[in-house]
Design a protein around this ligand. Structure first.
Ligand code: ADE
Length: 422
């Protein structure tokens, strides 16, 4: 399909498969479904143009469909060259009338041409996952900035990047940091990344986790999810971390904590979830045991120093889909998964729908807030309003059939006063 206002996807004949995939995900997204039903009645997004740079998955499709139900015109591009689901992209274009610019395995030039194509829809609100769309519009689309009233950001890496833009006085419109909602990072980053990362590595390699020495690099919300789930599968988990408080948490959670170089000598699977640069560097790769598996589940593919690995290797070859074997001069072999791109989306399907339900409910309600807010926010990074966060939590609990208590008047008065003590 050619790159035009309708989209650029791999193969439109995959559309029916994509419809089934989207509907299957939708069954496990009750909070987003409730929002979508309200949106279709109230049409709060009438007249709004949204461009989203997100992983084009069946869950993202449900978000785009909900926004469209609310009256928005939505265009999507991928937030990673290896994460798009081609069947979903085909279905969105041909069955749901949502332009999508995303092909799994696209090269970097195509990736950026797809971001530009999504920007050609002249968004008033942007949705980003990693801030590539925001960076592109600020670098190349200054004339488009006039129309933009705000944006949302899905991920930790993107929020850090946007805060840096705001600090440097470069950010020209407000961003709601969806990642910072409790109903996002406590669940998506922890349980979503925990499960989907192990899923991606398992699908790529078919390894047995029980008894395996797994090194988790980074103990943020994603890292702790990965460490917990690896331990749950019977792995022997070592954590490496640069932040002393987080390292202490890992210790008290019962994990072995070591400096990266020490851990590198011991591990057989290395999973980087730092959001930073070269967490797996040459020095560490020099001492890893033969057969070590290297995976990244952080947003960008810079966490593993792939250029160094390529220099260290005499030869390399693809041994399975998403597994590249590097034969080093000293005879050791290291296995890089998914080209160092986030393995949960490259080799598996990303986080399960049930957890994306909360993340994308926050997205939908934040877009509604931006559009209803008459441009009242300053061009900075803002938290998701607490009432949205609480509402998402309440609706999720309700969808699970779980009731909770509320404080009595007496208790409320007590927690709001300073007068009562011993
Ligand atoms: N990020 C992680 N998992 C995802 C998914 N299933 N859909 C969209 N974005 C994601």
């Amino acid at each position: 399909m050619t790159n035009n206002s309708q989209g650029d996807v791999k193969d439109l004949s995959l559309a029916q498969e994509g419809v089934e995939h989207i509907q299957w995900a939708g069954k496990d997204m009750p909070v987003l479904n409730l929002i979508s039903e309200r949106f279709s009645k109230e049409r709060p997004l009438e007249g709004l143009r949204v461009s989203g740079c997100l992983h084009v998955t069946s869950e993202t499709a449900n978000l785009a469909i909900a926004l469209k139900a609310g009256g928005a015109a939505v265009a999507l591009c991928s937030s990673n060259p290896l994460s798009a689901q081609d069947d979903v992209a085909a279905a969105l274009v041909s069955r749901y009338g949502i332009p999508v610019y995303a092909i799994k395995g696209e090269d970097d030039d195509t990736y950026y041409s797809h971001i530009r194509a999504a920007l050609d829809h002249r968004p008033q609100v942007t949705m980003d996952d990693g801030a590539d769309l925001v960076a592109t519009i600020h670098r190349e689309g200054k004339d488009l900035l006039r129309d933009v009233i705000g944006g949302t950001e899905e991920t930790t890496t993107g929020v850090i990047r946007l805060r840096a833009m705001a600090r440097d006085g470069m950010l020209k419109y407000p961003i709601i940091a969806v990642n910072e909602a409790d109903t996002k990072h406590l669940f998506d980053n922890r349980y979503g990344t925990g499960q989907s990362t192990l899923d991606g590595i398992t699908r790529a390699t078919n390894i047995l986790w029980a008894g395996r020495k797994v090194v988790v690099i980074g103990y943020g919300w994603c890292g702790r999810g990965v460490a917990l789930r690896a331990r749950g599968m019977g792995a022997n988990v070592i954590v490496t971390e640069v932040n002393p408080v987080k390292a202490l948490e890992a210790v008290m959670e019962g994990f072995t904590v070591l400096p990266g170089l020490e851990a590198a000598k011991l591990g057989s699977v290395f999973i980087s979830v730092t959001g930073g640069l070269k967490a797996i560097d040459r020095e560490r790769m020099e001492v890893m045991p033969d057969g070590a598996i290297l995976a990244n589940s952080g947003h960008f593919n810079v966490e593993i120093d792939i250029p160094a690995l390529e220099e260290m290797a005499e030869t390399s070859r693809q041994v399975r889909p998403f597994v590249r074997e590097y034969c080093l001069e000293d005879g050791r072999k290291l296995y890089l998964l998914g080209e160092g791109r986030l393995i949960n989306l490259a080799a598996a399907e990303g986080h399960p729908s049930s957890v994306m339900d909360m993340s994308f409910a926050n997205q939908a309600l934040s877009v509604e807030r931006l559009w209803g807010g008459n441009g009242s926010l300053a061009p900075e990074v803002h938290p998701v309003p607490a009432e949205i966060d609480m509402e998402v939590g309440r609706l999720k609990l309700r969808s699970m059939g779980i009731a909770i208590d509320t404080l009595t008047q007496d208790q409320l008065r007590y927690v709001n006063s300073w007068e009562e003590g011993t």
